[in-house]
Design a protein around this ligand. Sequence first.
Ligand code: M6R
Length: 604
Amino acid sequence: MCGIIGITGTSVVTDRLVDGLKRLEYRGYDSSGVAILDDRVIKRERAEGKIKMLEARLGAHPIDGQTGIAHTRWATHGVPNETNAHPHLSGRVCVVHNGIIENFLDIRQELSHHEFVSETDTEVIAHLVDEALSAGLPPIDAFSQSLKKLKGAYALGLIIDGEDNRIFCARAGSPLAIGVGENEMYLGSDALALAQLTSNLIYLEEGDWAVLTPESYEIFDVNDKAVTRPVTIISGGPAMAEKGNYRHFMLKEIYEQPETITRTLENYIDEFKHAPNLPHELDFTDIDRIILVACGTASYAGMVAKYWFEQIAGIPVDVDIASEFRYRQPVLSQKALFIAISQSGETADTLAALRYCKNNGVKTAALVNVMTSTMAREADIALPINAGPEIGVASTKAFTSQLTALAAITLGAAVSKGVLSAARQEALIKSLIKMPRQVKDALELDGAIEAMAFDFSKAKNAFYLGRGSQVPIAFEGALKLKEISYIHAEGYAAGELKHGPIALIEDGTPVVVLAPFDALFEKTISNLQEVVSRGASIILITDVAGAQHIGDMVKNIIIMPTAHDFTAPIITTIAVQLLAYHSAVHLGTDVDQPRNLAKSVTVE
Ligand code: M6R
C-alpha cells in the first residue's frame, strides 16, 4: 500500500528511482512522483496514473541529481490526481509517505497560517518539518521533533532544500528498510524495491528514524537514542520479480504452483519418514484452541484449515477476519495458539491482531511468505510458506502454499495430540506428496477453462457454491473473479443458497459448483439441481468419479485430477484461479494491477 524508494549517492538517481517504483507498483498505482536534490535544490515531477505516466512526464521535463525520493500511491485521503500525488512539498521540505496520519486535521488547524494545497494527510508532515526549520531548528531536530507530533502509521522519506545529500526517514506502523551500498544508501518499502540496488538491508523497527548520507546511516529509536539494527542479506537478486515469457505475473504465479507447493512441503514434511516435520517451537501438546486471523484470500486459507484442524487434530478453531478481531474483544485463553496468515506479513489489521494477542499473553505464530516482514519478526514463531515473491495483486501461489503449510501443520498437531493412527497419517501424507503432480495435471486444463471463460465473462453476476472444505474455495473463486474481472460474484455454502440468495438466480445466471466426488457430493448436486431448475447456467468443477456420476446432466464440466478429500480444496483452487484469470483477460482488464487495489494493505 503505497511504495517508497530513496537513494542518496554520488551518481544520478532518477532512472533508478523510477525502476524501483516499477518494482513497487504492485503496492499502489493511482499516481506517482519523484523529487530530486539537484545541487541542493529540490526539483519535483508527479503524474496521475501508472508509473509510465510519470516516465512520460520525466521525458518531457527531465530532472536528476544525486539524492532523491519517489513514491507510488494507493489513495487513502484525497482523490488520485496529480495534486494529491507524493512527494508533497512545503517550503524547503519534500516528503513521501506510506500510512495514515490520523491527527492530520488537528495539525492542519495548528498550522492554519500555512497554505495547504492537497487533500492528503501526508502534506502536514512537510509543513510540520518546514515550520520547525523556520523556527531555527537544525534539520535533524526539526525532523525528530516533528515525528513526535504525528499520530497514526507512517513509513516516510524526506529531503530538505538547501541541504547536502541526505535523506531523513522514519517508520511507525508501516514497513521501511534501509539498503546499504558502496558510497550510496537506499530507502525502500520492501526488499523488492531495492533488489536491483543492494542485497544488504536493515529493517527499521517500530518508532525508529534514521539519517542517510552517501557514506553513512545513523539510526535512532523512538526515544532518539542512537541504536544499531542488524543487516540482513537478501537472496534472490534482481531476477526475483521478472515476468519471464508469461503475459501476466498472475499467470506465471499460477503456473509456478507445482514448484511452490513442493517447496512448502519440503519445509513441513519429512518425505522419507512420511511424517510431519514442524519447527520444535510449534508444539501443540498444551494447545487447546487455535485462533486463525487473516484478511481476504489468506482468511479463506484459515477457513479451510478450520475443517482440517477440527476433523483431523480435534482442536477447536476460531477463524477471524483481522479487521474485526481486536475490536470485538475476543475471549483469549493462555492455552490458545494464535496464527496470523499473511502473504506479505505486513497487512495492518492482521499485524494489529497479532500484537493484540501477544500483548494479552497468547502464543503467536505468523505464517508468511515474506520472512523479513514485520509479522515474521514480531511473532513468537515465524512459519515460512516459501512461495517466492508474489507480484500479481490477486493472490494465487501464496494461497495454495498457505493451504499446504496449514495441512502439514494440522498433521503435526494431530500427531502431538496422539489422535492420528499410523495408517491415516500415511494416507494423508501421501495425499500431500501427490499434490504437485496433481496441480501440474490440473494446469493441463488451462485451454478448456479458457474456452469456458469466454461465455462466463459476459455475465454481470456469478455464484460459486461448495460444501465442506470447498466452501472457502467458493469464496476464493468469487473473490478472484471480482477483483480482476470486476464481475460481481458471491461464494456460498451450497446448502445456504435457498435461505435467500437463490432469489437472484434467473435464466442464464452462471453458477460455478465445486463438487469433487466426496461424502457431500450428492448433497451438493441436489443444490445444483435447485439452481438449474431456476435457469442457472452451471460450470461444474469435479473429478473423474463426479463426472461419471453426473453423466450429461451438465454441459460445462471441468474434470480435475482425482485427489484425496484432504487435499481436494487445493486442487479445485487451480480451476477457479484459471477461470477468473481467463475471464479477466477476455474482458481486457489490468490483471496484475486491478483497479482500486494494492498488494500489501498497510493501512486499516
Ligand atoms: O498479504 P496478505 O496475505 O495479508 O493480504 C491479505 C489480502 O489483502 C489479500 O489476500 C487480498 O485479498 C488479495 N488481493 C486476494 O487476491
